[in-house]
Design a protein around this ligand. Structure first.
Ligand code: HEM
Ligand code: HEM
Length: 278
C-alpha cells in the first residue's frame, strides 16, 4: 500500500464513526427524500400536461433563489455523499461482518448501484438541467443535446429530450433510475445497521421485509415517471406545447412566475408575451 493510501486509511479509521453517520444521513435526508418527491412529480405527468406543468411552476416559483436551493439542498449533499461513498468503497472498509445471512451480496450491490448512480446522475443532470444556468455554458452544451429541459414548457421539452438519440436515453434512464431505487431501498436497510436500529437477526429480517415493500413502491413510482417521459409520440408534444403556452401566459399574468423566455421551448417564444405592467 502506498504512503498516501495508508494515511487515507488511517484518517478513515480515526473518524469512521462520524464519516459513516454523515454519509448515511445525507443519503436519507435530503437525497432519499428528494428522489421520492422528484419521482412522484415526474410521474404526475401521467395525469396530464397540466398536472405536471403546475408542479413545475411551483418548484420554479422561488425564481432567482432556485439555484441557491438546488446547490444547497441537492447538489452539494449529492457530491458529498458520492465522494464519501467512493472513498468508503475504495478504502475496502466493508462493515459486512456486521450483516447476517444473504446480506453480503446485497451489500456488494449497494456499492455497485452507487457507482451506477454516479454515472447516471452526472449525465441525467447534464442532459435535462445542464448543471449551471450560465449563458456561456448553455451555449456550449445545448447544441450537443444537453440542458434540454425547459421548465415553462415542462412536458413537451422532457419528452423531446428523451427522443433525441433513439432508444439510448430511455434505456439509460430505466437502468439508472432502477439502480437509484435499489440503492435507496437497500440503503435504508443498511442505514439501520449504521444507526443501530436493527441489531438482532429477527429485527433485521423484519426490516428487510419493510425495505422490500418500500423498494417495490419506489420502483412503481419510478417506472411511472419513466413511462410518462418516454411513451408520448412526437405529435403529442404539439398538443402539450399548446397547453403549456396557455398556462405560461396565465401564470405570468397571475404573478406566479416571472416572464422568462429562456425557460420556454421555441414554440413559446413565438407566443405574444403578456404585458407585465412594469
Ligand atoms: C451519486 C452517486 C452515489 C454514490 C457514489 C453512492 C455511494 C454509496 C455507497 C458506496 C454506499 C455504501 C457505503 C458503505 O459501504 O457503507 C452508499 C450508501 C447509501 N446511499 Fe449512496 N451513493 C450515491 C447516491 C445516492 C443517492 C442519490 C441516494 C438517495 C436517493 C443514496 C442513498 C444512500 C443510502 C441511504 C445509503 C445507506 C447508508 C448507510 O448504510 O448508513 N445514495 N452510497
Ligand atoms: C425516469 C425518471 C426520471 C425523470 C423523468 C426525471 C426528470 C427530471 C427532470 C425533468 C429534471 C430537470 C428539472 C429542472 O431542471 O427543473 C431532473 C433533474 C434532476 N433529477 Fe431527475 N428524473 C428522473 C429520475 C431521477 C432519479 C432516480 C434521481 C435520483 C436522485 C434524479 C435526480 C435529479 C436531480 C438531482 C436533478 C437536478 C436538480 C433539479 O433540477 O431538480 N432524477 N430530473
Amino acid at each position: 500500500m502506498s504512503a498516501q493510501a495508508n494515511s487515507e486509511t488511517n484518517f478513515f479509521l480515526r473518524h469512521e464513526f462520524i464519516i459513516r453517520r454523515v454519509h448515511s444521513l445525507l443519503g436519507i435526508v435530503p437525497l432519499g427524500l428528494y428522489m421520492t418527491v422528484h419521482l412522484a412529480t415526474n410521474a404526475s405527468l401521467l395525469n396530464g400536461t397540466e398536472t405536471f406543468q403546475r408542479a413545475v411552476f411551483l418548484i420554479h416559483s422561488p425564481g432567482k433563489l432556485l439555484p441557491l436551493i438546488e446547490w444547497g439542498l441537492i447538489f452539494t449533499p449529492l457530491i458529498f455523499h458520492a465522494v464519501i461513498g467512493v472513498w468508503i468503497a475504495r478504502s475496502g472498509r466493508s462493515n459486512s461482518s456486521q450483516y447476517q445471512f444473504r446480506s453480503n451480496r446485497r451489500y456488494t450491490w449497494q456499492r455497485w448501484t452507487g457507482f451506477i448512480a454516479l454515472v447516471y446522475l452526472f449525465f441525467h443532470i447534464l442532459h435535462l438541467h445542464g448543471w449551471f444556468h450560465i449563458p456561456a455554458w448553455e451555449q456550449v452544451i445545448r447544441p450537443l443535446g444537453f440542458g434540454m429541459f425547459r421548465p415553462y414548457s415542462a412536458a413537451s421539452s422532457l419528452v423531446k429530450a428523451m427522443q433525441e438519440w433513439g432508444y439510448v436515453w430511455p434505456a439509460f434512464y430505466l437502468i439508472g433510475m432502477l439502480a437509484c431505487v435499489y440503492h435507496l431501498a437497500n440503503g435504508l436497510w443498511t442505514s439501520g445497521i449504521t444507526w443501530g436500529l436493527w441489531i438482532s437477526p429477527a429485527a433485521q429480517a423484519r426490516a428487510s421485509k419493510l425495505c422490500t415493500v418500500i423498494g417495490c413502491g419506489l420502483a412503481v413510482l419510478g417506472i411511472s415517471a419513466w413511462w410518462a417521459a418516454v411513451s408520448p409520440s412526437q405529435e403529442k408534444t404539439v398538443e402539450m406545447k399548446a397547453v403549456e403556452d396557455r398556462m405560461y401566459n396565465a401564470a405570468v399574468e397571475s404573478g406566479m412566475v416571472s416572464p422568462n423566455v429562456e425557460k420556454r421551448s421555441e414554440s413559446g417564444e413565438q407566443i405574444t408575451e403578456v404585458p407585465t405592467g412594469e
